[in-house]
Design a protein around this ligand. Structure first.
Ligand SMILES: Cc1cc2nc3c(=O)[nH]c(=O)nc-3n(C[C@H](O)[C@H](O)[C@H](O)COP(=O)(O)OP(=O)(O)OC[C@H]3O[C@@H](n4cnc5c(N)ncnc54)[C@H](O)[C@@H]3O)c2cc1C
Length: 330
């Protein structure tokens, strides 16, 4: 644990958490954003990067991907710590501050903004016989390390936008790409489905993976059953499997925190400054619950200045101009 104490810790790097980081920077707060995924952007990035959003103020139309890129650009103008691949597993009261424990480190903070949306995301797991016998290099859920697919025979499993994007992306560097989906139709944008059909990606539909086996020459044998048949199977020997079945989210982690934050209907109950029942712990975005709450991005953006200014007024009373936080030790 370092001696540094952050003014504000933002838990969750979705669109609302990202804007909270930017606004904390505007008030010259010393801040960190802790995000459990490998990328910022929350639901927008993970679930619908290709969707065109029509209800973001000042943008008649903007793709999810572009919105996240703009938020990243705006956030980068401020000097905060962005911590990816870290999930907050505990928050404890510690004298005049809070102790935040993630799966990697412990830090201290004077205040917290919970911006966890519906909770931490995890990729939906492949359920098939023998899945536990396949090593982590051969069965993956994200394609972060593109080079590891070079010249490999790859099977991408899934039928949404993201599965299509990844199959096409890997097709440029892999030896061979199969795209296996349990339906004949893909759920991607029409244009991308057309590009897919024109590409050399081999479509394996409608099939469901039933079992995986290690072959003698170090590959994985994918044994898949044709949907709505009893005895039509296909075997594919591949070097790597990329599963893209989407994400599931839950906020069970929060229930295990030492601080007991009052809930309402699986979200966090807040007052009119977005403060929870615990002084200096606030919630914004989809996670914040109050009468009339709408869980859309514009609402979350609007909540951010209320929260950050309430925190700064509490930490540095009487300072109306931007203040600079100090570095403190235990
Ligand atoms: C399909 C779909 C379409 C939508 N379309 C629109 C639309 O057109 N317009 C609109 O305004 N809204 C839309 N929404 C809603 C919008 O996406 C949400 O309102 C918005 O994402 C909420 O932002 P957020 O930052 O509060 O939470 P999220 O986007 O959910 O981000 C929360 C982040 O917190 C992280 N996190 C969670 N727990 C932890 C933890 N313990 N430690 C560290 N990190 C954690 C998560 O990994 C996640 O990245 C749509 C939602 C969906 C699902």
């Amino acid at each position: 644990m370092t001696d540094e104490i952050y003014d504000i810790t933002i838990i969750g790097g979705g669109p609302v958490g990202m804007f909270a980081g930017f606004y904390a920077g505007m008030r010259t707060a010393r801040f960190q954003i802790i995000e459990s995924l490998s990328e910022l952007g929350g639901q927008v990035n993970a679930l619908y990067p290709e969707k065109t959003l029509l209800d973001i103020p000042a943008y008649p139309a903007i793709k999810g991907r572009e919105l996240v890129a703009n938020l990243k650009q705006q956030l980068a103008t401020m000097d905060g710590d962005i911590k990816l691949n870290q999930t907050v597993i505990n928050v404890e009261k510690d004298d005049n501050a809070f102790k935040i424990t993630t799966n990697q480190e412990i830090t201290k903070t004077k205040s917290i903004i919970i911006a966890v949306g519906n909770g931490a995301f995890n990729p939906r797991q492949l359920s098939a016989d023998g899945v536990e016998t396949i090593n982590d290099d051969q069965l993956v859920y994200t394609a972060n390390d593109i080079e590891s697919f070079r010249d490999k025979v790859v099977l991408v499993a899934g039928g949404g936008d993201s599965a299509i994007d990844q199959a096409l992306m890997l097709n440029d560097i892999a030896k061979k790409v199969y795209l296996l989906h349990r339906r004949n139709e893909f759920r991607g944008l029409e244009h991308m489905v057309e590009v897919l059909k024109q590409s050399s990606v081999e479509l394996v539909t409608p099939y469901l993976i039933k079992s995986l086996d290690n072959t003698d020459d170090g590959q994985v044998r994918v044994h898949a059953k044709k949907m709505k048949t009893d005895d039509e199977f296909i075997d594919l020997d591949v070097d790597k499997i990329l599963v893209n079945y989407g994400f599931i989210s839950n906020n069970k982690d929060m229930q295990n925190w030492a601080v007991e934050i009052e809930e309402e209907k699986h979200a966090t109950k807040v007052n009119n400054t977005l403060e929870t029942n615990i002084h200096n712990i606030y919630a914004v975005g989809d996670q914040a619950k109050y009468d009339g709450k709408q869980t859309i991005i514009a609402t979350g953006f609007g909540e951010v200045p209320i929260t950050v200014n309430a925190i700064m007024n509490d930490l540095y009373p009487g300072n109306h101009a931007p203040v600079h936080s100090t570095q403190l030790s235990d």
